[in-house]
Design a protein around this ligand. Structure first.
Ligand SMILES: CC(C)(COP(=O)(O)OP(=O)(O)OC[C@H]1O[C@@H](n2cnc3c(N)ncnc32)[C@H](O)[C@@H]1OP(=O)(O)O)[C@@H](O)C(=O)NCCC(=O)NCCS
Length: 185
């Protein structure tokens, strides 16, 4: 895949009520969420939406919405590196995630996922061990989160459901960031 777009060529901010940006990710529910429902969700303190945008074109390139979450470790198939010390671990749910149609398939979604991982390890004000997502149960979406971005299924109970809960452990990622910063000293 030839990488055509660099996400960091674009600006980044929290979505606010006065923002007017075009957006269409090809999924009607997600597009409507960004254009209409994201601000009411923010006001209700249910989810905060962040987006990358081209200010000249008044175009949103990609967005994600996040809320606090928790994962129960008794549902895990695999062990945590340090063993399961708690019944629940703090998490952040990526409740909505979309890339403008014009930019899809060019690495933007993966770059945004890397950004989210960094965001909740480096600048978060509270502890956050996992990212979670309710992924559409479609092979290309499960591959996007799983094969491309390292998420694993929380359990097999939702295998036949419309969406599947997936999780990403931020601890090994955080260890990797620390190793990088030592390597660069
Ligand atoms: C799913 C989505 C976020 C991926 O973002 P992206 O910028 O296209 O992803 P990347 O370029 O980093 O990765 C592409 C991979 O994602 C997967 N993919 C899923 N939907 C895709 C789409 N419409 N176009 C291209 N790739 C898509 C493929 O596995 C692809 O793998 P490949 O590179 O080996 O072909 C984006 O396509 C999108 O917004 N789709 C509509 C909304 C949606 O379904 N959101 C997820 C809700 S759970």
């Amino acid at each position: 895949m030839a990488l055509q777009y660099n996400l960091f060529d674009y600006s980044f901010k929290t979505l606010e009520a006065q923002d007017k940006y075009e957006f269409d990710c090809g999924d009607a529910d997600l597009t409507e969420f960004f254009l209409k429902d994201a601000i009411p969700h923010k006001k209700e303190l249910i989810g905060v939406t962040y987006f990358f945008y081209d200010d000249l074109r008044k175009l949103a390139v990609s967005f994600f919405t996040v809320s606090n979450d928790a994962v129960r470790t008794d549902t895990f198939k695999e062990n945590l590196p340090e063993g399961k010390r708690y019944s629940f671990y703090p998490a952040v749910k990526i409740g909505r995630f979309g890339v403008n149609k014009e930019f899809q398939g060019q690495g933007i979604g993966t770059q945004m996922m890397d950004y989210i991982k960094w965001f909740f390890v480096s600048t978060n004000k509270t502890g956050c061990r996992f990212l979670t997502v309710d992924a559409y149960n479609k092979p290309e979406i499960l591959d996007f989160y799983g094969k491309k971005n390292g998420f694993t299924f929380l359990s097999d109970k939702d295998a036949e459901k419309q969406t599947r809960i997936m999780k990403y452990d931020l601890k090994p990622y955080s260890n990797g960031l620390l190793m990088d910063s030592y390597a660069n000293r």
